[in-house]
Write a protein that binds this ligand. Structure first.
Ligand code: PEP
Ligand code: MN
Length: 262
């Protein structure tokens, strides 16, 4: 179970030689969407050099508009796997439904997106796996509902759950969402599971990503997942909130001054 009362010690999630939830700060970075083999490989190399330890890249994209870029699908997973092999870095990608799961065999962490946080059938299916699941908080879900969704995965047999606060819907429209830092602090009290923050989807504005990333660190998050693109102006998805490679390197320099990286 996810609660501290039954399991007081922090859960540590092992991904290859990386440990998430040990009191260090895990940085996951990469583009919103995998676009080409060259793009994802180049981003992987750069973010690893800067200090990120896991590469993100969407292949199945939950877009608001059906006319927006929907991701490369299986080909996107293939390109992500080729970047993993070329650069030697673990990878994370979002699964949108259970029929896609066989394609994720070589994906190290499976992401359940905000829009699927209460897709209970999907939660039960990933609960049958052994590999780590990164569960994002739904756009309008309470902390209690978030924990119950983690519980679905764990009750099905998979205890390797990482929580991710990615901003919630509020009355405020100046930023894409409202980063709920209080939720991060409360989750760290209530559950032994690692808690990450996604400052990119939380705020939606590139210049505000570094300050929120540092706020995540200050509030006690176990790490961050940040969108980074080689050419944000040309990104097929979420360019406005994506850091370029140099901006990410600068953010990592600031984080390194403050913590031990893992
Ligand atoms: C993502 O991380 O690619 C994503 C779609 O985020 P969210 O599910 O939080 O909107
Ligand atoms: Mn995105």
């Amino acid at each position: 179970a996810a609660g501290r009362t039954v399991h007081p010690d922090d859960t540590v999630i092992e991904v290859n030689d990386i440990s998430i939830g040990t009191g260090t700060f895990t940085v996951i970075a990469g583009p919103c969407s995998v676009e080409t083999r060259e793009q994802i490989t180049m981003v992987a190399r750069s973010i690893k050099t800067s200090g990120a330890v896991i590469l993100r890249g969407g292949a199945f994209k939950p877009r608001t508009s059906p006319y927006a870029f929907q991701g490369l699908g299986k080909e996107g997973i293939d390109f992500l796997e080729s970047a993993k092999a070329a650069v030697n870095i673990p990878i994370i990608s979002e699964v949108m439904n259970q029929t896609q799961l066989p394609l994720f065999e070589n994906v190290d962490i499976i992401q359940i997106g905000a829009r699927n946080m209460q897709n209970f059938d999907l939660l039960k299916e990933v609960g049958k796996l052994k590999k780590p699941i990164l569960l994002k908080r739904g756009l309008c879900n309470t902390i209690e509902e978030f924990l119950m969704s983690a519980e679905y995965i764990m009750a099905s047999g998979n205890e390797n759950v990482i929580l991710c606060e990615r901003g919630i819907r509020t009355f405020e429209t100046a930023t894409r969402n409202t980063l709920d830092l209080g939720a991060v602090a409360l989750l760290k009290e209530k559950t032994h599971l690692p808690v990450l923050v996604d400052p990119s989807h939380a705020v939606g504005i590139r210049s505000l990503v570094p300050p929120l990333a540092k706020a995540a660190l200050a509030v006690g998050a176990d790490g961050i997942m940040v969108e980074v693109h080689n050419d944000p102006a040309k990104a097929l998805c979420d360019g406005a909130q994506s850091l370029d490679l140099d901006q990410f390197a600068d953010l990592m320099d600031e984080i390194k001054k403050r913590v031990v990286l893992e």
